[in-house]
Design a protein around this ligand. Sequence first.
Ligand SMILES: [Zn+2]
Length: 244
Amino acid sequence: MIHSRRSLTAIRRERRRKRRLRRRLFTFLTLIIIMSTFMFIKCSPNYIFTICIDPGHGGYDPGTANESYEVNEKDLVLDISLKLGKILEEQDVKVVYTREKDKIPWSTQIESLMGRSEISNDANADLFLSIHANDFTESSDVKGTEVWCRFENTEDEALAKEINYRLSNIGYTKNRGLRYEKDGELYVLKNTNATSVLVELGYLSNNNDLEFLSSEEGKEQCAQALAEGIMNYYHSKQEEQMDA
Ligand SMILES: [Zn+2]
C-alpha cells in the first residue's frame, strides 16, 4: 500500500500524539500510585495496641458531684480521658472511647455498664481503663487514689500497679493502693475481655482532691501519669516477650 506524502505526515503526527498521550497517562498513573501509597500510610498507622478508655457516667448520670464547686464526676473524668487518649494516640496507640461527649446512648445503669464492656470487646481492645472519682459524704477528710483490678498475680494487677505508681508519683493526694474483687465487684472489670483496670482519681468530697482534679494542671498531670503507667506496662510486657 502506497501512502501519499500527506497521509504519511498525518500518520506520523498521529503516532506522536498517541506517544504523548501514553506518556501523560503513565505520569498520571504514577502520580496516583504515589499519592495513594502516601495516603494509605498516613491513614493506617501501625498501632502498637488498642486501648478502650471509659470515662465513667455521662448524660443523665453525673456520677459523684460537689455542688459547692459545681463539679461533676462525669465532666471531670471525660476531660482527663480525652487528654489521656490524645497522649496515647501520639504514641501510635489505637484509642477507642466508650463516650467522647457527655451524651450516652444508655438509659439505665446496667445498660450503661453492659454497653461499655461491649464497646471494648467489639473493638477487641488489649487494655481497658475506666476512669472515675470517688465520694465520701460522712467525712470530707477522706482522700486519695484507688486502682481497682480483679485478682492478684494477673496482667490486670500488673497494669494497676504501673498506674498506681505513676499516679502516686504526682504526690497530690494519698495513695490508697490497689483494690480487688474481694473488696467489691465491678461489672466493667468482670465483663470486659481486655486487661482491665478501674481508677478512682480522688475524692470530690475532699477539698484537696477536688481542687487538684478540677484544675487544668491537675487534669494534665493525671492524664500524663495514666499514659506513663500504661506505656510502662506495655514496654515491660514487650521486654518480657523478648526475653522469653
Ligand atoms: Zn464513678
